[in-house]
Design a protein around this ligand. Structure first.
Ligand SMILES: *Cc1c(COP(=O)(O)O)cnc(C)c1O
Length: 355
């Protein structure tokens, strides 16, 4: 071993869902939106003047911060914007989870959380979800260095009521609670944004990647009290002042402005999800009530891994996690009606052949 090798920071990285380069595929593995972003986004891209790229973008991202503040009825000092919510979450972990006590999160949740803890050397302790994959609130009543919860949760698609979030935040006045709401717009319950006024230790993180159809543009944001937002900005300016590029800022503003398109985009996906839930049930699958743009399903006879592999052979990509408790489940993103019909026919064939 070379001397310098011991100085390298080692981390087991997060593994993103694959982006296969297959021409005719049905891609339902990374919870992307099957529809394009709001039309104003394409307009901004067409009108892009390359000469303006000489300049650094606005480090305060003020146009987008203002638009988001207006949309959510918050002050400008209550919004922080970053390069996708992964960037915002990483910055939030670094900023808010700075204790000797362990950060708490469920055993089954977004698998990036333990990676950031390892990277930043944050102690953590996972709390098991119950047998129905629900949060056990009492598990979060103990001393901790912070809490992170995804609501709706990934990969289960389960939405927990605001009352539970409120209760957990109320029991943890001495630490910061982050709620990752990447999928909140698909849920049939409210966002925890309304709790920001009540709790000064609550941070909500959302993204443009799912309901706003802009995963490729990389925009995420956090909302919370001005002191927390300032702390996030201080850390951001200590790493990289110019996070969002100027095109992303302008495109993001257009996406937020077009609320009618946003609502319609969400409704289409929720309608397709409801239709797909029926088909899945008829095929012998069961799943927790979904509240996101994906379903977390298990089949009563056929192992998930077999279905996953058979679908792949047909160029249909879904997500499979080889992890304790969830290794017999598939996470299936909601695509267009047509894509879900192709998937349903393929599943029917796979199930018939298995018998
Ligand atoms: C997709 C997702 C994110 C990350 O989204 P980006 O904004 O694309 O970085 C964060 N949290 C959860 C739970 C997600 O599923």
């Amino acid at each position: 071993m070379k001397e310098w090798e011991k100085n390298i920071r080692r981390v087991i990285p997060y593994v993103p869902g694959e982006q296969p380069a297959v021409e005719k595929m049905v891609k339902l593995n990374t919870n992307e939106n099957p529809y394009p972003p709001a039309p104003g986004v394409a307009r901004v891209l067409h009108e892009l003047n390359a000469d303006t790229l000489r300049f650094y973008p606005d480090p305060t991202i003020s146009l987008l911060v203002e638009e988001l503040a207006r949309f959510y009825g918050l002050g400008r000092d209550q919004v922080f914007v970053g390069v996708g919510s992964d960037d915002v979450l990483a910055t939030a972990f670094l900023t808010f989870f700075n204790s000797e006590l362990p950060v708490l999160f469920p055993d089954i949740t977004y698998s990036f959380y333990p990676v950031w803890c390892q990277l930043y050397r944050i102690p953590y302790k996972t709390q098991p979800l119950d047998e129905n994959f629900r949060i056990v609130r009492e598990d979060y009543y103990r001393e901790n260095g912070g809490i992170i919860l995804a609501n709706p949760n990934a990969p289960t698609s389960i939405y927990e009521k605001l009352e539970l979030i409120d209760d957990i935040v109320s029991h943890n006045k001495d630490s910061i609670v982050i709620v990752d709401e990447a999928y909140i717009d698909f849920a049939d319950g409210p966002s925890a944004i309304e709790l920001i006024r009540k709790h000064d230790n609550l941070v909500i993180v959302q993204t443009f990647s799912k309901a706003r159809s802009m995963a490729g543009m990389r925009i995420g944001y956090a909302m919370g009290n001005p002191e927390l937002i300032k702390a996030l900005n201080d850390v951001k300016y200590s790493i990289n002042s110019y996070t969002l590029n100027q095109t992303a800022i302008l495109a993001g503003v257009e996406a937020v402005k077009d609320e009618a398109y946003f609502r319609e985009n969400i409704k289409r996906i929720v309608d397709t999800r409801e239709r797909f839930e029926e088909s899945l049930r008829a095929l012998g699958f069961s799943f927790p009530k979904p509240a996101a743009n994906f379903v977390f399903a298990t089949h009563r006879e056929i192992p998930a891994i077999s279905i996953f592999k058979a679908l792949r052979e047909n160029n249909i990509f879904v997500r499979y996690f080889d992890m304790p408790r969830i290794d017999n489940y598939l996470r299936i993103t909601i695509g267009t009606d047509e894509e879900m019909d192709i998937l349903t026919s393929s599943l029917r064939r796979i199930i018939e052949n298995y018998k």
